[in-house]
Design a protein around this ligand. Structure first.
Ligand code: PMT
Length: 402
């Protein structure tokens, strides 16, 4: 696979050389693109020597002499079409601003607009620049467009200050590249069952009870597990999401349908991850005719639905069981309580009152609680990245259980 590595002008530019080597270990063909500022910190010759390829350093130097067609004459379009991924590391505040605002004034920012390949940025800068509202707003825009962000580490910075802004470790960036390109195969041989979306409970032929789950968290888990080599069973309540390729997709509507599908299929799974927002209650009776409006209040009688996760854990089929907890208060207490009551191996809690967390967002903020007492809190991340971190932990628990 071919990736373009954009190197922009910051002290961390020298670390991009080590990154090239690491990416080559993954058998990736790396085309380096440097901004003018990057060339003040490190020379193109260094990258040319490492990659054995000409480094693209400005907008017009690389145009072909005898173009086969108009598009191939414009090198940024040609590169944009050839690459499977665009990675920018280190990414300065300036390039993030240009990407976020569609300013195409050099090769790299033009490449960003011209490519349909996934994009990863690994920012590195002074802590005040990192924390500045302009930078954070630009990042939020990019995340909302599906750009993957590898957050910087905290520590001593080249400017003499301490805080967030240090380029993430080479290994972390390389792992993100592999995840996005689907090159990690550590789930090969596993069957992962994921539930996603809401369930709907009918009241009469035209009305039902449901919730705000979009299915994004569950579908991200299914996609991440598939890319890592697992067989995936995705049991999904109604959502507007595209049916993922190469997964066994089972649409359901009600809690009872989800229960039957889960119990039928869980036997073949080594990991069950229940991200669905399952209705806890349903109307005690389903009216076969539309309920008519009358005078005064209408009181509905609701009955509890079966607890699928609890039922599954009672059957002790040997799969690692992971539940989610969507909470609005006392998050840790409620999550730990669910871990015990539902006999799960792990509960992933999200405080759905936090901005960028929970229902119908592209990002999530979660804490994972497992039976060994470990608690792992993740910062706000794209749901796909959250999914990968959850799978990392589930795999660890699976290995420990052997
Ligand atoms: O779909 P998105 O828009 O991306 O939103 C993601 C999400 C907020 C739905 C997701 O991150 C999440 O928190 N899912 C679980 C929501 C929920 O129902 O939590 P709960 O605390 O009510 O349930 C705890 C666990 O028991 C869940 O794993 C649930 O699937 C399971 N459960 C609940 C009720 C029931 N009758 N049977 C169950 O198995």
């Amino acid at each position: 696979m071919k990736i373009a590595l954009g190197v922009t002008g910051g002290v961390a530019a020298y670390k991009a050389a080590e990154l090239v080597r690491r990416l080559q270990q993954e058998k990736l063909d790396v085309q380096v693109v440097m901004t003018r500022a990057a060339q003040e910190f490190i020379t193109p010759l260094m990258f040319a020597a490492l990659t054995g390829q000409k480094v693209i350093t400005d907008m017009f130097s690389a145009a072909g002499a005898a173009p086969a067609n108009l598009e191939s004459a414009i090198e940024h379009i040609a590169v944009a079409q050839r690459i499977d991924l665009l990675l920018v590391a280190p990414a300065t505040a300036d390039i993030l601003g240009r990407f976020a605002n569609g300013i195409a004034e050099d090769f790299l920012s033009t490449l960003y607009l011209a490519t349909k390949a996934p994009v990863i940025v690994a920012p590195a800068m002074n802590v005040n620049m990192w924390e500045h509202a302009a930078t954070q707003e630009n990042l939020a825009k990019l995340r909302a467009r599906g750009v993957h962000v590898v957050d910087p580490d905290e520590g001593y910075l080249a400017c003499g200050m301490t805080g967030a802004g240090r380029l993430a470790a080479t290994e972390t960036i390389a792992r993100e590249v592999c995840d996005v390109l689907g090159l990690r195969h550590d789930l090969a041989g596993h069957t992962v069952l994921v539930t996603a979306g809401p369930t709907c409970e009918d009241l009469d032929p035209v009305r039902f009870l449901t919730n705000r789950s979009s299915g994004k968290m569950g579908y991200a888990l299914a996609e991440a597990a598939r890319r890592r080599g697992a067989q995936v069973i995705l049991i999904s309540g109604p959502t507007e999401l595209k049916i993922p390729e190469s997964v066994d997709w089972i649409p359901v509507r009600t809690t009872e349908e989800m229960r039957r599908a889960v119990l039928d299929r869980a036997g073949s799974a080594s990991m069950v991850i229940m991200a669905a927002a399952v209705s806890d209650y349903r109307p005690a009776a389903i009216h076969d005719r539309k309920l008519k409006r009358g005078e005064g209040h209408l009181t509905l009688e609701l009955e509890a639905t079966p607890d699928i996760l609890k039922e599954l854990s009672r059957e002790k089929r040997g799969a690692i069981l992971v539940g989610f907890a969507a909470e609005t208060d006392r998050v840790a207490e409620n999550a730990k309580d669910k871990l015990e009551r539902k006999h799960a191996d792990m509960i992933v809690a999200n405080d759905v009152t936090q901005e960028g967390a929970g229902f119908d967002t592209d990002t999530n903020i979660v804490t994972m609680y497992s039976r060994d007492g470990r608690e792992i809190s993740l910062p706000k991340m794209d749901k796909f990245e959250v999914a990968n971190r959850i799978l990392d932990r589930v795999l660890e628990i699976h290995k420990q259980s052997k």
